[in-house]
Design a protein around this ligand. Structure first.
Ligand code: ZN
Length: 449
């Protein structure tokens, strides 16, 4: 998700042979060469600095000092000129290519095409990369599980791409999975590896919601200021859409509910309070805090964020804590990751699930000894019940190799979940058997419609 500004140019390394070191001609040539390399490096660096717009929130660097707070309040009347704008097939939105450029939004790679469409959201492929059947299925599932508020309007397109299709000056890091730019969501890797072996099973879904919230932040600006005025504002002030977001009522309302304070001197929001309960990434800027907060609430990770954040988000999404939990997978506060690669029962169940479902994910984690196995079992029984999962097989005690084991199976119709809970100190060799606790294994099968 990191999208860092290009700061370091490659450094040329010149190897000098010792025998030639005394040749003054070569020395001279080498000096000219070195100066040449240095000068061009500086020029390239300057080019990048001046050419770089904020294409994405995760690249956010606020350097400007524009304070429109208060000013825009009186003039702010909802603007409905959205309807009048012509749909543009080259941008898949109501913006022209020229406007997209002015706003600092990343272009869709040349030669793209619409591969699929679901609930008005276009799934866009590029010449080098397309979505797989499973990726489309999972994205549809994510869209179905997303609160309506985040989809009205949602992204104009979800774009899969090969890193080579994005200009190197955007400097995507090797592990960039997703980012948002204007009304587009870019997804580089939806193999959803993060969904596996992670105590936060819905990690990929959280990433999806995080980027979706950035798109909502973008849409909110155009809703609040109106398309034409927002565009004019960008032009007048000479900044990108990302900077406009800090002028929005949405950002200010989040700041009012949390510890963020606007610093008129620097022109951005600061959070200097100690012990703020939000994610590490959320602490980096108010924009990321908003996105991570909403992602935490939608995936029911209430343990990650403060109560004022939860309240703000439920209010924004027009949801309550019961509605948001509906058919979501239980989460596991204070659990730890455990690596169970090679465990036979996982392979067996996975095989069975693979033959029945379109996509299978495995998550393994444990609680240490403060929590008894009975507590863990009743915790998950209640969780599935509270979240409206249908019981296929209730959690029942089984005996395998004298390990106390419970197994059960639950379903939402789209997603089936096998759960196995057992004591940790009998796991076997190769694991840290000095730790006693309770292991929980989730194997989920998705059936796409
Ligand atoms: Zn972000």
């Amino acid at each position: 998700m990191n999208f860092v500004k290009n700061q370091n140019q490659p450094i040329s390394v010149v190897y000098i042979d010792k025998k030639r070191k005394n040749s003054s001609v070569l020395k001279y040539l080498f000096l000219i060469f070195t100066i040449g390399v240095l000068v061009s490096s500086v020029l390239i660096f300057i080019f990048f600095i001046f050419n770089d717009k904020n294409f994405d929130f995760d690249a956010k660097v606020l350097t400007k000092n524009f304070n429109l707070f208060g000013e825009q309040k009186e003039e702010n009347t909802p603007n409905n000129n959205v309807q009048d704008r012509k749909y543009n097939e080259y941008t898949l939105s109501r913006f022209s290519n020229e406007e997209i450029d002015r706003l600092g939004i990343l272009d869709i790679p040349i030669g793209f095409s619409v591969q699929y469409e679901y609930k008005g959201i276009k799934f866009v492929r590029t010449p080098r990369k397309s979505f797989t059947y499973q990726q489309i299925g999972l994205l549809k599932y994510f869209i179905d599980m997303t609160p309506a508020k985040l989809l009205n309007p949602g992204p104009a397109a979800i774009i899969t791409f090969d890193k080579g299709e994005i200009s190197p000056r955007h400097n995507l890091s090797q592990d960039t999975i997703a980012f948002a730019s204007g009304m587009y969501m870019f997804f580089n890797d939806i193999s959803f590896n993060s969904i596996k072996n992670d105590h936060f099973v819905d990690n990929a879904f959280a990433t999806f919601v995080h980027e979706l919230m950035h798109i909502s932040q973008f849409n909110y600006v155009f809703d609040e200021f109106g398309y034409e005025d927002a565009l004019k504002l960008v032009e007048k002030k000479g900044y990108s859409w990302v900077d406009l977001v800090s002028e929005s009522a949405l950002t200010r309302s989040f700041a009012e509910s949390t510890e963020w304070e606007y610093d008129p001197q620097r022109g951005y929001f600061l959070n200097s309070k100690e012990n703020v309960l939000t994610t590490d990434y959320g602490k980096t800027s108010i924009y990321e805090d908003i996105a991570d907060t909403v992602a935490a609430v939608v995936t029911t990770r209430f343990d990650l964020i403060s109560e004022n954040r939860i309240i703000w988000t439920l209010n924004y999404l027009q949801e309550n804590s019961d509605s948001i939990k509906m058919k979501k997978l239980p989460v596991f506060p204070n659990s730890k990751l455990v690596n169970l690669e090679g465990a036979n029962f996982i392979d067996t169940i996975k095989q069975e699930y693979n033959s029945k479902y379109d996509y299978v994910s495995v998550s393994t984690f444990y609680y240490d000894k403060e929590k008894s196995i009975n507590d863990v079992v009743s915790f998950f029984e209640n969780e599935f019940n509270d979240r409206y999962w249908t019981v296929i097989k209730p959690l029942y005690k089984t005996n395998t190799n004298s390990v106390i084991t419970y197994e059960g199976e639950f379903s939402t119709g789209v997603r089936n979940s096998y759960i196995r809970i057992y004591t940790y100190d009998y796991v076997g060799t190769g694991y840290n058997i000095s730790l006693k606790g309770t292991v929980v294994v989730f194997i989920c099968g998705f059936k796409f419609n």
